[in-house]
Design a protein around this ligand. Structure first.
Ligand SMILES: Nc1ncnc2c1ncn2[C@@H]1O[C@H](COP(=O)(O)OP(=O)(O)OP(=O)(O)O)[C@@H](O)[C@H]1O
Ligand SMILES: [Mg+2]
Length: 492
């Protein structure tokens, strides 16, 4: 659980650390176990060999002592008798370590002569054997026969419990155990440090990258130098990031295209609705409007100019014209257009439109000018595009207060992965709020007073551009003016 107050990234980083150190610890333990097992096996074999060496050494020493003493006794008996020889053996035995026992066994005629662990009568050569007595005491015996002229006079016995061997083995074992522990400790430390450097540190980088990918950060920026598996994994992760990035971009493009298609369908649907309404209205209103206008005209003709009847008749004519204009605009917006395809200069179009709307600019005291650099060509219906541009320029003039500026200029730009011939209208007027911008192409959306705007100007412009395969670009900020750009097919 993440403790409250602790930043999530810190907690994530420390859990990454723990995970990678767990791996290193496991590797170290596995490595250590293998090293200890191998050392133990080696030591076991060494110990076995050392024990065999020790036994061989002990047997050789016992053999030398026993045979030398037996030879001495054989020489002494004829000259000084058995008793003297026995004393020599006893003195030799007394001089030695209490664990090493040297005695003359199976001596015939000597009642107190100790029994031998083997049958002396059959003993012709020195013999070595191990025996356990009734008390469970283990001894290693070496017996050298004493022979004088084919007669056996017992044997010289040298024996020693293998306890000394145990001491020696224990010392050897302790020394090698210490060495083994130091070696294993050193190796464990080395394995841990190397494991951290080569595995934990780099695994952490990989895990952090995986988390970043999970958060949607797809920069292929993971670098793990080297040629090993982890470096290759880093390369694969970078490749994966590149693929995911490309897939994300294409998904975003597809989604945008789908949204645009849906939007177009909705617009087409709306157009169809408005079209039906418009043709219905045109049909139903056309005749009465004509009648009203004609009758009002008759009243104007038949009355005196100073009378209120004539001024009322003129107002009726004006209103009728307004309604007729609205019906015509509706029809313009909704009617399927037949485009005339011709190549023409956008600069010429800009010039024509500005000349047409110049009286309005003069009336509103707004400076209107055209800026063209090189000839920009496009293909389409010049008449319809003139209508589209006029709507935009008139809007710009309406947006400016007295002393404002409206600039029309043409250029070739790159947008939506291709070249466009454009004509832009820039004003330093009121600008648009986000809400106005969002609703700009909605039919009947207007901020103008009732009777001053129908809210059909820009929808008609956008629909004409769409018919040409183009689109309307809008840049605007409240109080900072606007730039509306008509994007049209580029003709080189
Ligand atoms: N250059 C501009 N600066 C600020 N607002 C603008 C600009 N051009 C358009 N608008 C806003 O967009 C609205 C819709 O414009 P549109 O041309 O479609 O309709 P309208 O001008 O209101 O009426 P009409 O049908 O007579 O053109 C306008 O009412 C205005 O609020
Ligand atoms: Mg308008």
């Amino acid at each position: 659980m993440v403790p409250s107050g602790l930043p999530a990234t810190l907690t994530a980083a420390s859990s990454v650390d723990k995970v990678s150190m767990r791996l290193v610890t496991r590797l170290t333990i596995a490595f250590l176990t293998v090293v200890i097992l191998m050392l133990a096996l080696h030591e076991f074999r060494q110990l076995d060999e050392a024990r065999a060496d020790f036994e061989r050494d002990m047997d050789r020493t016992h053999y030398l002592v026993a045979t030398t003493l037996a030879d001495s006794v054989e020489l002494l008996i004829p000259r000084e008798g058995v008793e003297a020889a026995r004393k020599i053996v006893e003195q030799t035995g007394a001089r030695h370590d209490s664990d090493v026992r040297i005695r003359w066994v199976c001596l015939e005629g000597q009642l107190d002569a100790p029994p031998a662990p083997v049958d002396c009568s059959t003993l012709s050569e020195p013999q070595t054997t191990t025996r356990t007595n009734a008390n469970g005491e283990i001894r290693r015996f070496t017996l050298a026969p004493v022979r004088i002229a084919d007669t056996t006079h017992g044997a010289i016995e040298v024996s020693e419990p293998p306890a000394h061997e145990g001491d020696w083995v224990r010392q050897h074992f302790n020394a090698t155990l210490l060495l083994a522990l130091m070696t294993a400790g050193g190796m464990a430390l080395a394995a841990f440090v190397l494991g951290w450097w080569l595995v934990a540190r780099r695994t952490r980088a990989l895990m952090e990258k995986a988390r970043a990918v999970g958060r949607g950060e797809l920069e292929p920026d993971l670098t793990l130098p080297g040629q090993d598996e982890l470096s290759q994994l880093a390369g694969e992760m970078n490749a994966m990031c590149r693929h995911l990035g490309a897939a994300r971009e294409s998904t975003a493009r597809e989604t945008a295209a789908r949204i645009a298609a849906v939007e177009q369908l909705r617009r087409a649907d709306r157009l169809a609705g408005v079209g039906r309404l418009a043709s219905g209205l045109a049909h139903e209103l056309g005749t009465p409007l004509n009648v009203i206008e004609a009758r009002a005209g008759l009243i104007v003709e038949d009355t005196d100019a100073s009378t209120p009847v004539q001024s009322s008749a003129r107002i009726i004519i004006q209103c009728t014209e307004q309604v007729t204009k609205l019906v015509r605009q509706l029809l313009d917006y909704a009617r399927p257009r037949k485009l005339e395809q011709q190549v023409f200069s956008l600069d010429r179009l800009a010039q024509t439109v500005t000349e047409l709307v110049d009286p309005l600019a003069t009336r509103r005291h707004v400076a209107l000018k055209v800026e063209t650099s090189a000839t920009v060509l496009t293909q389409g219906d010049e008449g319809l595009l003139q209508q589209a541009l006029t709507n935009v320029v008139v809007n710009a003039l309406h947006a400016c207060s007295e002393g404002g500026h409206v600039k029309v200029n043409t250029s070739v730009v790159h947008a939506r992965e291709k070249k466009w011939s454009t004509v832009s209208v820039t004003d330093d007027g009121v600008g648009m709020s986000d809400e106005v911008r969002a609703r700009l192409l909605e039919p009947f959306f207007t901020t103008k007073a009732v009777g001053e705007g129908t809210g059909l100007g820009l929808p008609i412009t956008a629909s004409i551009l769409e018919d040409h395969g183009g689109f309307l670009g809008v840049e605007s900020a409240p109080g900072r003016g606007s730039t509306l750009t008509l994007h049209l097919p580029f003709v080189p």
